[in-house]
Design a protein around this ligand. Structure first.
Ligand code: ADP
Length: 295
């Protein structure tokens, strides 16, 4: 059974007012346990609205969200429990740090779930380690941390609740390239080790290209695609029509393929591209040297 499903999910803002706006329309999808799904789409395509429905922060205007086969709104009084099972890390989550110490901040979620002090602490320590926060930072005030450290503390606070589904909205926004790489690697490791389902909302096609098994493409409130990453990236022109661009390396490999190079046009990473290009270029150089050698 899929861990998470939506059926004809629709959300309207400002129903019955002159500002009525359909933000998500008729979205049906099915996500298996342990998948890492990238969620992409132009600004305003409905990504945030969709993910807020997945953990019951907002209630769909129509349609259903099923968590392990059960409609999350079947018993509205129990919606709070859903928020612990589908953990949400918002954009710039560091603004939600407010406790005296970093450790207390990370313990906030697990305590809220009803865990006692000791268990909450154990969970928090484990989550801090997972996100690579140095132990000496835990007794500091969150305000003393660097941008990247704050981001990790906020993510640790959600991971500490051990959600079955972790949703991250633009987790690398505002980080420098190195901070971005470290954080993505940690998210990848979390996903691999825990085997939990992860949804990664991102503007960066490079990030989702590296990380995701499948991509959910949102366009104008609709699901434009939910398919394996390579398959989505092979539709470069379609993506461009939706205001999205394939990663630069994928574009280059596509162009090289058109020129007759024996490369995979849906290559997603620079490393993978080099593995294909270097042997090819070396071989060509070899042929060139041989053919131009004087007799
Ligand atoms: P994304 O996350 O992809 O940028 P959103 O879900 O934020 O997309 O927005 C989808 C649509 O809903 C946009 O047209 C946006 O202007 C509109 N919208 C988002 N939030 C609100 C709101 N609180 N009130 C009215 N319209 C909104």
């Amino acid at each position: 059974m899929p861990i998470l499903e939506t059926k004809n999910l629709t959300y309207k803002y400002g129903t019955g007012t002159p500002f009525e706006k359909v933000a998500v329309e008729n979205v049906s999808l099915s996500i298996e346990k342990g998948e890492l799904i990238g969620v992409i789409g132009h600004t305003g395509s409905g990504k945030s609205t969709l993910i807020q429905m997945l953990n019951g922060l907002i209630r769909p205007t129509a349609g259903q969200v099923l968590l392990e086969g059960k409609d999350i709104w079947q018993e509205p009084k129990k919606i709070r429990a859903v928020r612990f099972r589908v953990g949400m890390v918002f954009q710039y989550p560091e603004y939600q740090l407010f406790e005296e110490t970093v450790l207390k901040d990370i313990m906030f979620g697990p305590k809220n779930m009803g865990l006692d002090e000791k268990r909450a602490r154990d969970r928090a320590l484990e989550a801090a380690e997972f996100t690579g926060l140095k132990p000496e930072l835990l007794e500091k005030s969150p305000f003393e941390l660097s941008g990247g450290e704050k981001r990790r503390a906020a993510i640790a606070g959600v991971i500490a609740m051990d959600p079955e589904v972790l949703v991250l909205d633009e987790p690398t926004a505002g980080l420098d390239p190195q901070g971005r790489d470290v954080l993505l690697a940690q998210i990848g490791q979390y996903h691999k080790e825990r085997g939990n389902t992860v949804l990664l909302v991102s503007h960066s096609m490079e990030d989702v290209g590296r990380m995701a098994d499948r991509l959910l493409v949102m366009s104008n409130g609709h699901k434009a695609a939910l398919a394996p990453t390579k398959e989505v990236f092979s539709q470069g022109e379609e993506l461009e029509k939706m205001g999205l661009r394939v990663p630069q390396i994928t574009k280059i490999m596509g162009e090289l393929k058109k020129l007759g190079c024996p490369v995979d046009p849906s290559t997603l990473t620079v490393d993978d591209a080099l593995k294909q290009l270097l042997p090819y270029l070396k071989e060509r150089q070899g042929t060139k040297t041989t053919s131009t050698r004087p007799n």
